[in-house]
Ligand binder design. Structure first.
Ligand code: FES
Ligand code: FE2
Length: 457
């Protein structure tokens, strides 16, 4: 069906594409097999750019953060010149892990085994009995093994491939899309890290489709516009995808006539009377855009000026290959990331974080996916096991499904997926994984079958 014509405020979006998608089988063993899990790590995880840290959490030289990706542990360290560099968290004497906690500040990293001390730039500065090494004094000579590291959108990205291309080339059109939003200035208002008993791809698959909304999230089952027919699905040769949900929020219940929360609260916040729009739900989106445009700057939302009209209301949901899903709106950034367990294909680590703008002059609570949070509050990072406590209604609903799905993937009764058109990004995602496993990516051709989306029907 024809997409609604937009009144583009600026230039059209960059060239997202619509790849030809095959009939790629997706059997259960992809989520359970240890052999497949190890191939993924060897050929895919170690070849891609990974979003690993937040620049603002490493403000001063010597500040460091440690994150794990499968069996690897990676240190990100702020340097004296302001750059951030990344190193494997491995002492180069006899392989001990250098740090065991999540973050800190050092003048030197001191290994607990024999006391070797490395400077923040990775160079060995002290070794006990330095004269007693037949190959020569290791100080100034031995260094931590460095990993390519770049920053973008306020995040720290690393790539374990020493021959990695640039992050900008890797992100493709996402780079330009995100550059329009003030993502780097957003503050974190939600930070749950959950150990979940499922393969990391089960969660990513879930974020690659909105077909499950009606069954799993009845509270979000009807958008202002009508659902998937008004949702735009795009992909790009770099392996990423996006889904643009017009107006984002549900307008009314399936049977009722009254508008729903949080849409009503949002309309009231922007001086619109929800009652006046009952029966005229499709007029809400342009009305909200107009109000935000008119009232936003005086309320401190100066970044609205950089955004197109539709970006003021619509949810832009991205999947950055391989493990990062994010819903970007004019006012916030819902960060959903999975990482593989060090050894078990049937477990993963899931981050459910939320970042929001902090416009001067707006004191209303921030609406996070887990409820309102006082503006300006600094939230605690909570690490927990699945089921320990709620991490927000929507994510609780998703996690209850993915854990059951993992059990189904183990069954000899499951013969592979049967996908709808609106789940095409799931199949495409698995195709990209296999392009890494068979060596087509990242150094070969990306995907010769892609065609520009603007010429697609
Ligand atoms: S293993 Fe680190 S100092 Fe020996
Ligand atoms: Fe969901």
């Amino acid at each position: 069906m024809a997409r609604e014509q937009q009144s583009w405020r600026h230039e059209p979006a960059p060239p997202w594409q619509r790849p030809a998608i095959g009939k790629h089988p997706i059997p259960g063993h992809r989520y359970t097999s240890r052999e497949f899990f190890e191939r993924e790590f060897e050929h895919m995880w170690t070849k891609v750019w990974l979003l690993l840290g937040r620049e603002s959490e490493l403000p001063n030289p010597g500040d460091w953060q440690m994150e794990e990706v499968g069996p690897e542990s990676i240190l990100m360290v702020r340097q004296a010149d302001g750059r951030i560099r990344a190193f494997y968290n491995v002492c180069q004497h006899r392989g001990n892990r250098l740090v065991a906690s999540a973050q800190g500040h050092v003048r030197r990293f001191v290994c607990k085994y024999h006391g070797w001390a490395f400077l923040p730039d990775g160079v060995l500065d002290f070794a006990q009995d330095a004269e007693d090494f037949p190959d020569g004094n290791p100080c100034g000579k031995v260094r931590l093994k460095e990993i390519p590291c770049e920053t973008f959108a306020g995040f720290v990205w690393v790539n374990m491939d020493p021959h990695a291309g640039s992050l900008r080339d890797y992100l493709g059109p996402i780079w330009d899309d995100w550059s329009m939003y003030p993502v780097a200035d957003m503050q974190r208002y939600l930070a749950y890290t959950v150990r979940v008993p499922c393969n990391w791809k089960v969660i990513q698959d879930n974020f690659n489709e909105s077909y499950h909304l009606r069954a799993v999230h009845p509270q979000a089952s009807v958008t202002i516009e009508e659902g998937y027919r008004d949702t735009q699905f795009d992909m790009c040769a770099e392996g990423h995808s996006r889904m643009i949900m017009h107006a984002g929020y549900p307008a009314r219940s399936l049977s009722g006539r009254k508008l729903r929360e949080p849409l009503m609260a949002l309309m009231q916040e922007w001086d619109l009377d929800p009652e006046a729009f009952v029966g005229r739900e499709r007029e809400i989106r342009p009305a909200l855009q107009q109000q935000k445009r008119k009232l936003g700057p005086a309320r401190g939302y100066t970044h609205y000026d950089n955004l197109r009209d539709e970006q003021l209301t619509d949810f832009y949901h991205y999947t950055v290959f391989p493990n990062f899903a994010v819903s970007v709106t004019a006012d916030g950034f819902h960060f959903l990331r999975t990482r593989p367990h060090p050894t078990d294909p049937e477990q993963c680590i899931f981050d459910n974080w939320f970042y929001a703008t902090e416009p001067a002059g707006d004191t209303a609570p921030v609406m996070t996916p887990a409820g309102p949070v006082a503006r300006g509050a600094r939230v605690e990072h909570v690490v927990l096991d699945y089921g320990d406590r709620s991490v927000g209604v929507g994510m609780d609903q998703d996690l209850s499904i993915v854990t059951g799905q993992q059990l189904g993937f183990r069954s000899r009764g499951f013969e592979g997926v049967y996908l709808s058109g609106q789940e095409a990004r799931v199949r495409r995602y698995h195709e990209v994984i296999d392009e890494y496993l068979d060596g087509t990516r990242p150094h070969g051709r990306l995907n010769a079958r892609t065609v520009p989306i603007r010429s697609a029907t």
